[in-house]
Design a protein around this ligand. Structure first.
Ligand SMILES: Cc1cc2nc3c(=O)[nH]c(=O)nc-3n(C[C@H](O)[C@H](O)[C@H](O)COP(=O)(O)O)c2cc1C
Length: 376
């Protein structure tokens, strides 16, 4: 019977227990995209608090079209790689691993005036003021052509190599929550007639190609994981039309990818609300049946009865904790010693986004526009 404190393994790495910190954007990097000393302390606290692994907030992968938020950290420039190296070194002093989440905004960037996506479809919803960059509508994206796809893929591959150089144990490709790779995966956002559109296999092709290319270019023990979800930050209740049948089709494509783990996000309605189907199956349970790699579940899993049930019924190997890790960086130590958890309060998300002033934002936009023009 699996328990919270079993030692597990991803690729060649021993993981001291089954708890991971879920990726959480905190929009508190330097203006240049380099992580700060404050962020070093923030991440180290989770390792000190006993988490077996930490997945960083989504890091942007190129200077052109990938950025999602103002003050989002990147893994693109030498200065960013050096600053992350400082953090990974600190984590490596503890019994914990650190994985960089690689994220491309696609059509839902909060900072770019011009965006690129699989198809020219106006995103639902509007910008989330809390992340900075205002709260207006998203721009209509340009459809990505062959060269755009090549550039985007180069960005991801370089970012993965940079992550290895920065001392991360691996990367997680963010194909969840409505960002670029999820836009490719999603029927109503991907109307392409080429090899990246029309069928589930084609829609997931971009991710398959990326995982293969990254695996070829990083050391053998470097972890390559993938995060998927049905919900999207700008379409919270989105579910796949075919339910568990679509889940099976998606997972059969994912099985072909050279992955070290699959992470299933449930950002807003929790695992129960976002990962279960009417026929009694679950997305993580089906992933356990269909895939050979470890499966990480997410969404309200600070509910320890639910977490225990997922492990005991074979519906997950690993558990990622988001908001309750913010209110309890020492979550794992507390669970181990039966210490009550501190409830999460929304106020914990502040004041980071307000570090970003209007003047800085205008400078940032000017810088972005300049970059985009220079690279067209
Ligand atoms: C402040 C905040 C920022 C987030 N940023 C990211 C992110 O950068 N990448 C990602 O995949 N998910 C992100 N998420 C979603 C979390 O990883 C997680 O799926 C969600 O919080 C549900 O888990 P929980 O119930 O344990 O909080 C974010 C969530 C929060 C609360």
């Amino acid at each position: 019977m699996k328990t919270f404190f079993d030692e597990t393994r991803i690729n060649k790495h021993n993981i001291s227990n089954r708890f991971f910190v879920a990726p959480m954007s905190r929009v508190s990097a330097e203006f240049s995209g380099a992580p700060t000393e404050e962020m070093a302390a923030y991440y180290t606290a989770f390792a000190e608090g006993g988490f077996g692994g930490i997945i960083t907030e989504g890091l942007y992968t190129d200077k052109h079209y990938s950025r999602s938020y103002p003050n989002q950290p990147g893994i693109v420039t030498g200065a960013q790689v050096r600053a992350w190296n400082h953090i990974t070194k600190a984590i490596r002093k503890h019994d914990s691993i650190i994985i960089a989440q690689l994220m491309h905004a696609g059509s839902i960037s909060q900072v770019l005036e011009r965006t690129k996506a699989p198809s020219r479809i106006t995103p639902l919803g509007k910008k989330m003021a809390v992340y900075g960059g205002g709260d207006g509508p998203f721009p209509i994206p340009d459809e990505m052509h062959e060269k755009d796809i090549r550039d985007m893929k180069d960005g991801f591959v370089r970012a993965a190599k940079n992550a290895a150089e920065a001392g991360f144990h691996g990367v997680e490709l963010h194909a969840a929550n409505g960002y670029l790779l999820d836009q490719f995966h999603t029927d109503y956002l991907n109307l392409r007639g080429d090899k990246y559109g029309r069928t589930v296999e084609n829609r997931l092709r971009i991710t398959a190609e990326l995982t293969e290319e990254i695996k070829k270019q990083v050391p053998a023990d470097f972890i390559v994981g993938l995060r998927i979800s049905e919900g999207k930050v700008n379409n919270l209740s989105h579910r796949w039309e075919g339910g568990s049948q679509t889940a099976r089709e998606v997972l059969r494509q994912i099985r072909k990818m050279p992955l070290d783990y699959l992470h299933v996000a449930a950002e807003h309605h929790g695992w129960k609300g976002e990962c279960t189907y009417e026929d009694g199956t679950s997305l993580t349970g089906l992933a356990k049946e269909i895939l050979e790699c470890p499966v990480m579940a997410n969404g309200g899993l600070h509910d320890l009865d639910l977490s225990r049930e997922l492990l005991e019924t074979g519906q997950a190997d690993l558990l990622s904790i988001g908001k309750y890790a913010l209110s309890n960086p020492d979550f794992v130590r507390k669970v181990k010693h039966n210490i009550p958890l501190t409830p999460f309060r929304k106020a914990l998300l502040y004041p980071n986004p307000t570090l970003f002033t209007d003047a800085k934002y205008r400078r940032y936009l000017a810088d972005q526009t300049h970059h985009v023009q220079k690279h067209r």
